[in-house]
Design a protein around this ligand. Structure first.
Ligand code: PTJ
Length: 254
């Protein structure tokens, strides 16, 4: 008998949680990563646990931005490696983006476990692993400041999924375009990124891969227009309104 029966009304959410717990047991996820998932779950609940219109728009713009980039890099942390390793590798291939492991709670063993998982899921090159290529990103004091010279340091577009609040501004100050996945539209990262996908990364990542595939047929001019027409602040406001409307509806039926 499985511990989480398929018929359980919260099965989907509980199974995502199990991926994190399993990732923790396999040495991929920091203890704090389990708490981060809990915070995300709370916002997902308020958002209605589905990809809203605003998130779909942000996904399209993120795809356009990745395809327009010269040197895109996807930053991988413990939670991402546990939640969607296969998809993150697929996204890197589809968007021709490099993968770099970059941890907030720096830990060499965890880094090794993450690299192994990415390799098992088809990644060929993984940056952030060779101290010969390490350098510092200025304006940030956490371990995330250590980046790869050939990766985040020289990137023009950086994807930072499930991020704590201190790096996005440093990356932007270094002239990079920042894309994030964050269920909390109010977080510092959400508020400071150029493109915030307010959705559960486990849902949004496949949509982003599909969108990259779709938009790869478009020319540069059309991609630029998609990017220029986007306003992240407005998009975040729409996500907050989605939460407000969900709460209003629930308050009516309560
Ligand atoms: O592996 P490390 O050492 O790099 O650490 C990674 C974590 C995630 C622990 C670290 O970056 C951290 O502490 O992050 P925070 O400050 O908890 O922020 C994570 C953000 O991601 C929060 O705003 C959450 O709401 C959001 N979040 C959590 N789970 C998901 C999510 N967003 C999208 N999808 C999720 N599944």
């Amino acid at each position: 008998m499985p511990l989480i029966p398929k018929s359980h009304p919260r099965a989907k959410s509980l199974l995502i949680r199990e991926k994190l717990v399993d990732g923790f047991d396999r040495g991929l996820v920091a203890k704090e990563g389990l708490l981060a998932q809990g915070r995300g779950e709370a916002f997902d609940y308020l958002l209605g646990e589905k990809t809203g219109k605003a998130a779909k728009q942000a996904i399209k713009v993120a795809a356009a931005q990745l395809l327009q980039a010269q040197k895109p890099v996807i930053s991988v942390n413990g939670n991402i490696a546990a939640l969607c390793p296969k998809q993150i590798v697929r996204l890197s291939k589809q968007a021709k983006a490099k993968l770099e492991v970059n941890l907030f709670y720096a830990n060499e063993n965890r880094k090794k476990a993450i690299v192994k998982t990415l390799r098992n899921n088809g990644a060929k090159e993984i940056l952030g692993t060779n101290s010969r290529f390490s350098t510092r990103l200025s304006g940030i004091e956490s371990a995330r400041r250590i980046v790869d010279k050939n990766g985040i340091f020289e990137a023009d577009v950086v994807v930072v999924p499930l991020e704590d609040g201190d790096r996005t501004m440093a990356l932007r100050n270094a002239g990079k375009v920042v894309i994030t996945f964050d269920l909390n539209p109010l977080s510092r990262t959400s508020q400071t990124a150029d493109i915030t996908i307010v959705d559960n990364v486990t849902r949004a990542i496949d949509l982003l891969i599909d969108e990259c595939k779709k938009l790869s047929k478009k020319n540069s001019k059309s991609l630029k227009k998609i990017i220029l027409d986007f306003d992240n602040k407005k998009n975040l406001t729409e996500n907050v309104i989605q939460i407000k409307n969900n709460l209003t509806r629930r308050a009516r039926v309560a």
